[in-house]
Ligand binder design. Structure first.
Ligand code: AMP
Length: 276
């Protein structure tokens, strides 16, 4: 496994790598969700690169950049055991040298839902992904459905800027009780961890009601809120039933649709979604 810290070396190694090559971009503190992406990438490609970079430009000034869980030593052990070919672990300085100024705005899709609560988040995501894709020119890039809006932003980035990779989106990996696995779950206390499953439960309620012909969308959203409110530790940022491609809020039951939610439990923010 090649561990690379500079852009120049990363570009060089990726050009040399057997093709097709898959890229799995991460912020580290690797878990089963990341590993599922890596395993799929290894099945589809002759070589796989994983990037680990906690990207400061996608965190707002009041968000958890400084406390975001980092565990580089254990991440490298995991990736070595998994036979990953290339790991890219750049410093902030390496990714954003003095004078760096570009910021990619992919338009409306980035302004909805997460975009309302985290206004510059997707500019940061799109910009760093554009850099990573430009450096490595992967044939395929692997993303998790857990971050549904991020997937749409990166698809749009790839299409609009002709980056020429294939975006592969893989299912959300969950704990036994249904909670979507996330690096941030580590911050939850025992009682908060128990409470966190309420988001997944509310999305299941939405899915069940969606198939009930008599219910309208407002009713479904009300029921989702009611479910979440049964858990006093949970605060809702948003719940949404939206068009699966545009994330435009639906007024009537049209397919394809997706239910999404974001809640806060203590200082930890959780997101999840379910295709209806
Ligand atoms: P992160 O390190 O949180 O930025 O995530 C890196 C990639 O892993 C993103 O494409 C995420 O959507 C994906 N991912 C994170 N958690 C999960 C999960 N539980 N299941 C599947 N993919 C995930």
């Amino acid at each position: 496994m090649k561990i690379i810290e500079t852009v120049h070396q990363f570009e060089y190694q990726c050009v040399q790598s057997p093709r097709p090559m898959g890229l799995v971009p991460t912020m580290g503190n690797l878990h089963k969700g990341h590993m599922s992406l890596i395993k799929h990438a290894q099945k589809d490609n002759a070589s796989v690169a994983v990037s680990i970079f906690v990207n400061p430009n996608q965190f707002g000034s009041t968000e958890d950049f400084s406390t975001y869980p980092r565990n580089i030593k254990s991440d490298l052990d995991i990736l070595k055991d998994a036979n990953v070919d290339i790991v890219f672990i750049p410093s902030i300085q390496e990714m954003y040298p003095k004078g760096f100024a570009a910021s990619i705005d992919v338009g409306l899709i980035a302004t909805r839902l997460e975009g309302e609560f985290r206004p510059s988040h997707f500019n940061g995501v799109a910009t760093v992904l554009c850099k990573l894709i430009s450096m490595s020119r992967p044939n395929n890039i692997y993303l998790g459905q857990k971050d549904a809006q991020q997937c749409l932003v990166i698809k749009k980035l790839n299409d609009d800027l002709n980056l020429g990779t294939q975006v592969v989106i893989l299912p959300t990996i969950r704990d036994d009780d249904g909670l979507a696995i996330s690096s941030r779950n580590i911050h939850l206390s025992e009682s908060q961890r128990k409470a966190a499953v309420i988001l997944h439960e509310s999305l299941h309620v939405a899915k069940n009601l969606w198939h009930d012909e008599t219910k309208n969308i407002e009713h479904i959203k009300l029921q989702m809120c009611k479910v979440i409110h049964t858990q006093p530790l949970a605060n809702i940022d948003y719940i949404s039933i939206a068009n699966v491609e545009t994330l435009e809020e639906l007024k009537h039951k049209l397919t394809p649709a997706i239910a999404l939610g974001a809640i806060r439990i203590g200082h930890t923010r959780l997101i999840d979604n379910i295709i209806l």
